[in-house]
Each structure stands twice: as C-alpha cells, then as structure tokens.
Design a protein around this ligand. Structure first.
Ligand SMILES: [Fe+2]
Length: 337
C-alpha cells in the first residue's frame, strides 16, 4: 500500500478533472426548476427522459444529467480524460486488472468508458463533449446561485484506503486527509484527492457506502451564496437548505448545502486554493472540530447519515469503527444540530 504522499507523476492515462454526475430523479420538471431557478444552471438539452445542464462558465455540454426514473439513485459519476487515446489506454489498464470495461455511446459525449472503481462506484470516463456557449459574461441570464462549474464529488465508502488505492495509481494526489486513532494505528478516515490542481476532484470519507454524499459547484462570489439562501426562501426551498453557510476547515471554502427534490445533496462553495506544487498532504485529527467547520456551527445529524446510493450497487457498512472518544465528540457535534 502506498504512503499518503506517494505520487504517480506519469499515470497510465490522463484524467484531467471531475466532469459530470448522472442522477435519477422522479419528476424531471420539478428537478429542473430546482437546478435552474435556485442553483442557476443552464439547460443544454432536454427530452422526455433526460435533462442536460451545465454551469454558467462551462463550455462542455453538461455537468449534471437528470434521468427520469422511479428510484432516486445516482447512476454514475464522470471523470474527464484529455484525449480519445486516454480512453483506449484506460480500457487496456483496467482490463489488465480484470475489471469489466465497456465503451459506450452517450448523447453529447465523445468516446466514453464505463468501469467501476475498487469500492463499486460506477465511473464514466469521457474524452470529449459537444461544446456549448460559455455563458460567463451573459449576466442577464444569471439567476439563483449563478453556479459556475462542477468542481468535485464527495462519497462515503466502507473502506477509504481501498477506495484511495484505485485513484492513487491514476495520478490522483492527496491534498488533505483525516485520521482517527484506532488502538495503536492512525486509521485513515477520509482522503481529499485531486487531478486538476485544486484541493479535490473526489473525496472519500468513511461511512456506509459507496454512496454519493454530495457534488459541488463553484459560485462567482460570496454574495451569490447569500443570494442562493434568499432565493431558496422566496421560492419555498428553505426546508432544503441543510447546512451553512459556513467555512470549512479542510479546503477553507465557504459553503452551503442544499438537498434537491429527491434528496440528492449539492454543495455551493467558493475560494478553493491551488494545489499544484509537490507538497506534503495536510492531515487532520477527526476529533478536531475545526476540521469540518471553522466557525463551530454544528451540522444536522442527517448531513452525516444520509447520502445517495448508486444504482445496483450494494451498500456496505464500515468494519473499522472510529475510536470511542472521537466517535463521542463526532456524534455530539452532529446531534447538536
Ligand atoms: Fe464538498
């Protein structure tokens, strides 16, 4: 098993960033209203079964795909690779590991590969997308939170180290991590992994999983976070404001979390730092309350316990408990909310 700071600088293929998330929703119109009126995303295309949305600064056709379904699972999360050649290299790489791979046709996307990671997360590696107009300067179309671009995913998994062991050889770097003391060992509780040069593209924390805890969009300004809360209140989405605004310890971002009409969790945030130079990862003791929120505001219990399962992927409970003092502190913080 590699060490937390061990880097793969020449990975077998070139993943560039977190790209898009595909969510099952029960009512496309209801969900579309939430993501356009409150979050501020732009509809790139839609039909009777799907809505394709993008952030205001995105040229790629979609960063969020809503699929009409009778369930509310996450279908898949997407990672962008640099070129078609990277898809073929990825296919060879995963096939050599004995993983099931499939090149698939996906509307508005170029060459696309389906594979699951070591903890069962269904991934979609995509080499290109149809290009749309970048709406960055079309301020007349800004509404709600004015979400700019998809930045990252956070997932729960029963085995963080196992999840990390899939992404580390692909060149993902740990910017920050959390640990808890379990007997004589520092137990790895969470890893913040990145390819694009800021703190994270994908995060794994310990919990029943795999489940999608949230996906996150950037905002143009801090004011847009307050505006999002005001618009939520005005449009009747206030009960879906789950946490924040607040200031993370890890990554240092200002944040607010909403639950969409099907319970999928979206984070809106700003102010991530660069993580480009080779430098040691920053470790946090899980018992440090400033890890999650610098201002000390507690999260609601459901923020810790509820998440979106993946379609057709069983949810596994973690085997390693966190140490009792930390657990006590952790639950106290959660239940205060
Ligand atoms: Fe996040």
């Amino acid at each position: 098993m590699p060490q937390i700071d061990e880097l793969v600088l020449e990975p077998p293929f070139n993943v560039t960033r977190a790209s898009h998330v595909v969510l099952n929703v029960r009512d496309l119109e209801v969900s579309k209203r939430f993501y356009t009126d409150l979050i501020g995303l732009v509809v790139s295309d839609e039909d009777a079964s799907s809505v394709y949305l993008r952030g205001l600064e995105e040229r790629g056709h979609h960063s969020l795909v809503l699929k009409k379904a009778s369930d509310t699972h996450c279908a898949r999360i997407g990672m962008r690779v640099c070129r078609d050649d990277d898809i073929y290299k990825a296919e060879d790489y995963f096939a050599a590991q004995g993983k099931e791979t499939r090149i698939v046709e996906v509307p508005f996307q170029g060459l696309t590969l389906h594979v699951s990671d070591h903890v069962g997360v269904p991934l979609e590696f995509c080499a290109s997308m149809d290009a749309c107009e970048r709406m960055l300067k079309n301020y007349q179309h800004y509404r709600g939170a004015s979400a700019q671009r998809l930045d990252h995913y956070q997932l729960q998994t029963s085995d963080v180290r196992q999840a990390w062991s899939f992404y580390q050889p692909l060149g993902f770097r740990v910017s920050e991590y959390t640990w808890s003391q379990v007997e004589d060992n520092q137990h790895l509780w969470g890893v913040w992994l990145q390819r694009k040069g800021n703190p994270h593209d994908i995060v794994f924390t310990q919990g029943p999983g795999p489940r999608l805890h949230h996906f996150a969009y950037t905002l143009p300004d801090t004011n847009d976070m307050i505006r999002a809360c005001d618009v939520a209140g005005a449009l009747g989405y206030a009960p879906q404001l789950e946490r924040g605004p607040g200031r993370h310890g890890i990554s240092g971002a200002l944040f607010v979390y909403f639950r969409d009409p099907d319970g999928h969790r979206i984070e809106l945030f700003n102010t991530h730092y660069q993580h480009i130079d080779i430098e040691p990862a920053l470790g946090w003791n899980l018992a440090d309350p400033k890890r999650a929120d610098q201002w000390g505001l507690p999260a609601q219990n459901k923020w810790f316990t509820e998440a979106t399962p993946f379609a057709n992927v069983p949810v596994i409970q973690p085997e390693t408990p966190i140490d009792p003092p930390t657990l006590e502190r952790f639950l106290a913080l959660a239940n205060d909310g």
